[in-house]
Structures are given as structure tokens and as C-alpha cells.
Ligand binder design. Sequence first.
Ligand code: BG6
Length: 296
Amino acid sequence: PTVSAKHGIIEASLPSGESVAVYLYGATVTSWKANGQEQLFLSQKTHLDGSKPIRGGIPLVFPVFGPPPQNHVTSPLPQHGFARNSTWEFLGKSSSEAGKGDLAVKLDFGLSHTMLSEEFRKAWPYEFGLVYSVTLTKGALRTSLQVTNEGKENFEFQVLMHTYLSVEDISNIRVKNLESKTYIDKTRNATSHTESSPALAITGETDRVYQGLDPATPIIVSSASDDQPLFSITREALTDIVVWNPWIEKAKGMADFGPDEAYQNMICVEAGSVSSWQTLEAGDSWEGGQSIKSRL
Ligand code: BG6
């Protein structure tokens, strides 16, 4: 594998042609190429200069998902927390055999309380260490996060890997293995529902938090026309899945989303732990992650 680090962007590629690019800003994966194709959606209007979180790829949500609740320790934080708008450090690479002669390359990134802006450190005054690992293999990308409580008091957190998958045509996309799961519909006053569809179609603005999923059961994003799987996502310790598409009006309303019609070329399927809080005791660590396979 080759790895380069230039202008705050770490890029890795495998002899078989797969590649990944990660910005130190947010430790945001902005590109993943597999089977000769880009797998992630990146808005053409995204800021990449560190002035705003990156719109596309895989922004990392920590320690709070969505707008922080009122009268909560996370209340002073911005939507989705500080991980996606802090600058991480590159901790290094390692490569290994991934079986059948294939190679894997792993990139590690770190963020700790000492690296936060003063504003964020004040807003969330805990001593923590994050290690985010991005592993590229043939046909798959794994992202995993280790959270360590380095302080003397417990803290609570939520986490989410906000993956923007690239798709040709949203009308041809179905999301499978959500059937019978409970979800909160954020487009309908956070009301609770049960998914009735074995293959969810996206036909309008969609913002749902599916809860209590078995991380080992893959979420399948498939093509309706030929019923072929495009992506399969398994998780570790992440039991929620957010399905988000802004659709026409919301897409137009986001200054960093473009072109306007690009909502047709993306679907966010986000693996997380967001419907409640993980409590981490002083000195303890927690780890969770996702593996995305492309065109199985
Ligand atoms: C999703 C949320 O995860 O992220 C949506 O469920 C939100 O409610 C979307 O609109 C995008 O958030 P942001 O902060 O990147 O615009």
C-alpha cells in the first residue's frame, strides 16, 4: 500500500486500485474508490478549508447527535458535536494481509481534549481521547472509533458515522433489513413508527432514526431494477441506523449542498449509537464501528 500525507489530507491506496482520502479536519473520509468507482458522495459546494464541517463523505458525529438537547451537558455544543469540526492528528498507518493475497491498510487518527479549540473545551469540559481507524481492503471500508475517558468523572456520549453513499438514482434505491424496526421520524415531529417495508424506497424528504438493530445483520442498499446489492453495512456496538435524504427543498436550502439535484445521487445510511447515551466511566474505553462492502 502507498500512503501520502499532504496539505492536511491523508491518502492511501492498494495495489489492486482501491483508495481512500481522509481530511485531518474532522477526520472526514472524503473519497473511497472501489471497483474502479467512487463510492461516497461529496457535495460540489462543500467547504474543504476548515470553515464548516465537510458536506459529504463520512463526517463523524461526537459527542452529540443532532441539535443538543436543552438543559443537558452537551447544550452549548453545535449540532452533531465537535469531532467533525476539529482538526485531528494522523497517528500513522499499518498494513496487513486481508486473506486471499489481498492487503489491508489502516490509517489511525487521534483527537483529545488538549487539541480542542478553547470554545469546544469549555463547552464539553471532559478529558477524553478518540482514536479513529479507517481500514481499506479490496471492496470494503471499515471505520471504527475508540473513545477513552481519561478524566476522573464519568461522561455520556453519542456517536454516529454519517456516511453519504453515492448512488446513481435515488428512485432506484431500496434499503433492506429495517423491516419491523422502530424508528423516530424527524420529519414528523419525532413521532415513533414501525417499519413495514422489507425494501424501503425514498420518495421524499427522509430523516429517520431506526433503533435497536442487531449490528451483525447487514443493512443492504440495493438497486430496485435488478435487485442487486450495492452496499452492505455491518456494525459493531452501533445499534442505530439513521436514513437521511434532504430531497428537493432541503437540498436547495443548504448553502453547501450542490448541485441542487444532487439529492438524487446520495443516500445517507448512518451507523451510530444515538437514541440514548453511552456512559463511559473514568478510565474506561468504548469501541464501535462499521464495515461497508461495495457490490458484493
Ligand atoms: C442527519 C440528521 O444525520 O444529518 C438530519 O438526522 C440532519 O436531521 C442531517 O439534517 C444533516 O445535518 P447537518 O448538520 O450536516 O446539516
